[in-house]
Design a protein around this ligand. Structure first.
Ligand SMILES: *Cc1c(COP(=O)(O)O)cnc(C)c1O
Length: 248
């Protein structure tokens, strides 16, 4: 099973692990966006057999691309290292007993990422402060919601997401996105659920209604660690303007 720490908030990993243990299902946690987040006092993904982290350009720590795999099983890590570096046998020529991948992160990119790691706590605090400020600046508007933080985890608030519920008095999510776009402010709908992607049209599926509702209502707001208070005020004012009288 591949649970996802969505938007930098850890999933309820212990509950998933207990369930999967009963059925003998290995768990690989997609903690791509959750570096610096914690669950029950441990790092995001900790407890799963493997946890994957992304250093893509938009993440909280970035090497421009690539990522890292974490596990407390040295054999799994050795296997991953081998597969990621073309599964070469120890021989003077290129000898392959099996096929591998060219997934190795270059030393130069690794150095770029490593240099940012010491400032991870400050980056997390900066993102959390952005989230709190959005919540403070927009939370009073009708039909606007934010992702609550569960008691068992501390999110890194990689992306600040706001929900716009038209039936509770908010404008449509797309109307807000387009109004921001007209002012040169980029925002994006939350991830489209896989079961709604045409590529998986014919795949078996179960559930998904909650994810579909979140996709309808959810908008990722500008969330870079370097966003200034003045820039954030501009975003907040632009969103409030979409609410007419209620936003004044
Ligand atoms: C960014 C992200 C990915 C993709 O990571 P890449 O390094 O770009 O492949 C996967 N899952 C989640 C939850 C992400 O946030």
């Amino acid at each position: 099973m591949v649970p996802v720490d969505l938007f930098g908030q850890s999933c309820d990993l212990d509950a998933i692990l207990a369930l999967c243990e009963r059925w003998g299902v290995p768990v690989l946690c997609d903690s791509a966006a959750a570096l610096g987040a914690t669950q029950r006092g441990r790092h995001a993904g900790c407890g799963a057999r493997l946890a994957a982290f992304s250093f893509n350009g938009n993440k909280i720590v970035t090497a421009g691309g690539g990522g890292a795999l974490a596990s407390d099983d040295p054999a799994l890590i050795a296997r991953a290292r081998r597969l990621a570096s073309q599964a070469k046998e120890p021989s003077p020529h290129y000898q392959h007993e099996e096929t591998g991948f060219a997934y190795a992160l270059s030393s130069v990119l690794a150095a770029v990422g490593l240099a940012q790691l010491p400032s991870l706590p400050q980056r997390v605090e900066a993102r959390r402060a952005l989230f709190a400020r959005y919540q403070e600046g927009l939370g009073d508007l009708p039909g606007v919601g934010f992702m609550p933080e569960p008691a068992w985890g501390r999110a890194n608030r990689w992306l600040s997401v706001a929900l716009f519920h038209p039936r509770a008095g908010a404008p449509d999510r797309e109307a807000v996105r387009e109004a921001l776009s007209a002012l040169g402010i980029e925002s994006r709908p939350v991830w489209k659920p896989l079961h709604l992607q045409p590529a998986f049209r014919d795949a078996p599926q179960a559930g998904g209604a909650a994810a579909a509702r979140l996709f309808e209502a959810g908008l990722c707001l500008p969330s870079g660690s370097g966003l200034t208070p003045a820039q954030q005020d501009r975003v907040i004012a632009a969103i409030r303007a979409c609410f007419g009288e209620a936003g004044r």
